[in-house]
Design a protein around this ligand. Structure first.
Ligand SMILES: C[S@@+](CC[C@H](N)C(=O)[O-])C[C@H]1O[C@@H](n2cnc3c(N)ncnc32)[C@H](O)[C@@H]1O
Length: 277
């Protein structure tokens, strides 16, 4: 063995340096090492007694030091799994969360294949729009975002999907009134003084934070949905775990009939609301 060669099991011990930074230090370390070697995590686990050269060990150490600095694994790898997709993500896009799959699941459970115009407002990486477009080829999906850099990532993720379009707009400004069958939105909803934000410093704050105790954007979207969604059409909104009552109240005041939804952890997470005729 040459002096500079490193055993993979030895590099995997770097996981110890992520304790206190990550909730899953071993998994993070495996993912980053596998990525830096261009291998899968399964390969890595099966071959941890193999050696790599000094250059490969250096490349890994550069990546792991980013994780040590608090950068999320998804930004280091440049992708994140959502639904059954692997989506590109950059620092211009929120990292799609597993909780948001509730929105896709609810929509697929509730609406059949009949032709519909569905708008994903605040599409980010395009996660919701792309999952829906692939699951329901008969629907026309439009992903909207105010951030052109996020839209660029969404377009790349959705390249080649025929029933999908993208639009840059401040919420629904560029959309026609009474035109939408289903409006789905995961807006920024974290309050500016929420201590939870400290752990999310790498993600775009414009995708996370909203004024009015986190509710300003949720309320803007409800107000716009009043005009954009056709009579008896639907609005599906993700929100913070402590916001459901206020969201339902505002929806009722704006002519919607809300059904509150819980995520897999049993937390209030979204509301599906039907626009009354
Ligand atoms: C919480 S992220 C959701 C991203 C993606 N839909 C997801 O679930 O992973 C909110 C998104 O709304 C976008 N956004 C914020 N303000 C907006 C506005 N006024 N008009 C349109 N999009 C907006 C942000 O750029 C961001 O991509």
């Amino acid at each position: 063995m040459k002096r500079e060669h490193r055993k993979l099991s030895e590099l995997l011990e770097e996981a110890n340096s992520l304790v206190g930074i990550s909730d899953s230090p071993h998994l993070d370390c495996q993912l980053i090492l596998a990525f830096s070697l261009g291998q899968t995590r399964e390969w890595l686990i099966a071959n941890s007694d193999k050696y790599v050269c000094a250059n490969q060990a250096d490349s890994f150490r550069k990546l792991i030091s980013r994780r040590q600095g608090g950068e999320p694994v998804a930004y280091i790898l440049g992708h994140k799994e959502f639904w059954d997709l692997t989506l590109s993500v950059t620092k211009d896009t929120l990292i799609p969360r597993p909780e948001t799959e509730l929105l896709v699941e609810t929509i697929l459970d509730t609406f059949d294949y009949a032709t519909r115009l569905v708008v994903d407002l605040g599409t980010g990486s395009g996660a919701i729009a792309i999952a829906l477009a692939l699951e329901r080829p008969t629907w026309h999906i439009v992903g909207v975002d105010i951030n052109p850099r996020a839209l660029k990532v969404a377009k790349k993720n959705g390249a080649g999907i025929a029933n999908l379009d993208w639009l840059q707009s401040h919420w629904g400004n560029a959309l026609n009134n009474d035109s939408i069958d289903l409006l789905v939105c995961n807006p920024p909803y974290i309050a500016m003084d929420d201590p939870y934000l400290d752990g999310l410093a790498c993600e775009p704050q414009s995708a996370l934070v909203s004024a009015g105790n986190g509710l300003a954007d949720v309320y803007s979207v409800i107000l716009e949905a009043q005009h954009l969604v056709r009579s008896e059409g639907h609005l599906l909104l993700e929100h913070g775990h402590n916001q459901q009552q206020q969201v339902c109240k505002r929806l009722m005041a704006c002519g919607f009939d809300p059904t509150p939804l819980l995520d897999l952890q049993g937390n209030p997470r979204a509301v599906l609301a039907k626009k009354e005729s």
